[in-house]
Design a protein around this ligand. Structure first.
Ligand code: HEC
Length: 144
């Protein structure tokens, strides 16, 4: 009887735990690189071709709030909304800002973040140039 009871509770636990496990386990650590391992070094060496001038940052801000639709998930303050499955990145997180390079962000804008709801942006709603500028704007959110 004792054993049966234990089986019952293990069953109940699994019913609740299983559907969540893959979502929780995938890319749980926000500081881990999102790009495929073979491309990592090259992307980490890649510089943003646009300097962070007030004009370029302003162009990036407009894309973030406008045609890039970034604000829908990443929020007005860049801290991001909570959405089912996988939270969008909090751009004010200094540790994440330090861990991530512009080249890696560029890859995510071109490919999305596979397994999450971060969508492909470049070629769909923005150009590569606009992507680099939105990255300049994301950098200004650090620590806010
Ligand atoms: C539909 C919701 C959604 C939209 C729209 C969206 N994002 Fe995201 N974004 C996410 C999610 C979810 C993540 C977290 C992905 C992960 O953890 O791998 C993310 C992560 C990111 C990251 C971090 C990737 C990394 O390497 O850590 C960057 C940069 C980013 N988004 C930029 C943008 C920009 C710029 C736009 C607009 C052009 C945008 N996102 C639009 C949902 C969205």
């Amino acid at each position: 009887m004792q054993r049966l009871k234990r089986f019952f509770w293990v069953g109940v636990l699994m019913m609740f735990a299983l559907p969540w496990t893959p979502v929780e386990a995938f890319h749980k650590d926000v500081y881990e690189p999102r790009v495929p391992e073979p491309l990592l070094e090259e992307l980490q060496d890649m510089d943003n071709p646009f300097p962070p001038t007030p004009e370029n940052i302003e162009a990036g801000r407009k894309i973030f709030f406008g045609k890039g639709y970034c604000v829908l998930c990443h929020g007005k303050d860049g801290k991001s909304l909570e959405i089912p499955g996988h939270d969008p990145r909090n751009f004010t997180d200094m540790r994440w800002q330090d861990a991530r390079t512009d080249g890696e962000m560029m890859w995510v804008l071109k490919n999305g973040s596979p397994g999450t709801s971060m969508p492909i942006r470049i070629g769909k709603v923005i150009s590569e140039e606009e992507g680099w500028k939105v990255i300049l704007f994301i950098r200004t959110l650090a620590g806010k």
